[in-house]
Write a protein that binds this ligand. Structure first.
Ligand SMILES: [Zn+2]
Ligand SMILES: [Zn+2]
Length: 268
């Protein structure tokens, strides 16, 4: 059995002391592929280096909603508003062209934490959707309590986006919208939580060729590892739960979601 963890953050300092073992445990658990996502330029650079170092690890580079303020500066003049920092885009474009980089991510909107001003989040997302279109790369989208604006910006992108709504937690309407646009649905640890009751019904309606599994490690560990540091090997718990919900053998679920990730990220 082979699993593809379609979303992790292997560069995280939480893996600093045992990253080799974390990757080795993933391989032993059948998790032979991991997409590791940056959140800003330094973490993106680190992810690219990890993709070079570890067999089966691929990188996504992008500016997360939380870090949107790092990609902007105040325009000159008294009335100057927020402006995109061209040096950031130049570097991001360079990173996106390096070996092992298969997506722009993670990018998106987070109106729950609001770590960056919403206007900044929207500007930075719009620019990255355009960049992904220009480079013909898929996007890894983060969305928290920002359904309307995310949809509006994805629809306004100069070229239609290919990509995944990672750690999907939104409602049926959002899932329908994503599927109609050809996007994939990323299923993460919350599918294993008793309290997240609406998700099983939604994922049952997602065609099997549009589902991905992910950990978002080191965050969001699935049951029965909840509360611990998450790691790619634990994507197996997500896959087992998803297979149970869909009434499929784990092997088949693993194979289909792995094929989906290969197709979306252009990995052969
Ligand atoms: Zn996210
Ligand atoms: Zn993430």
């Amino acid at each position: 059995m082979q699993l593809f963890d379609s979303h992790a953050h292997l560069e995280s300092h939480k893996f600093a002391h045992d990253r080799d073992q974390v990757v080795a445990r993933a391989h032993s658990a059948g998790v032979t592929r991991v997409l590791s996502c940056g959140s800003d330029l330094p973490t993106g650079e680190a992810e690219v280096a990890l993709a070079r170092e570890y067999q089966g690890v691929f990188a996504a580079v992008g500016i997360h909603a939380h870090e949107a303020h790092t990609a902007l500066h105040q325009a000159p003049g008294q009335k100057g508003g927020l402006e995109l920092d061209e040096r950031v885009w130049e570097r991001l474009r360079q990173l996106a062209g390096l070996p092992g980089v298969v997506a722009i991510g993670e990018i998106g909107l987070d109106y729950h934490y609001d770590f960056s001003p919403r206007e900044a989040q929207r500007l930075v997302l719009a620019r990255q959707l355009a960049l992904a279109g220009e480079l013909d790369l898929p996007v890894v989208l983060h969305n928290r309590e920002a359904d309307q604006d995310l949809r509006r910006l994805v629809e306004a992108a100069p070229r239609p986006s290919r990509g995944v709504l990672h750690c999907f937690l939104a409602d049926q309407e959002m899932a329908d919208w994503a599927l109609a646009r050809g996007l994939y649905i990323g299923v993460a640890g919350p599918i294993t939580f008793e309290k997240v009751r609406h998700l099983p019904d939604i994922v049952r309606r997602v065609p099997l060729d549009r589902l991905l599994v992910e950990t978002d490690a080191p965050y969001l560990a699935p049951y029965p590892k909840r509360g611990q540091r998450n790691e790619p090997a634990f994507v197996r718990y997500v896959a087992e739960r998803l297979a149970g919900i869909l009434g499929l053998p784990l092997d088949e679920l693993a194979q289909r979601t792995t094929e989906n990730a290969y197709r979306l990220f252009g990995i052969s």
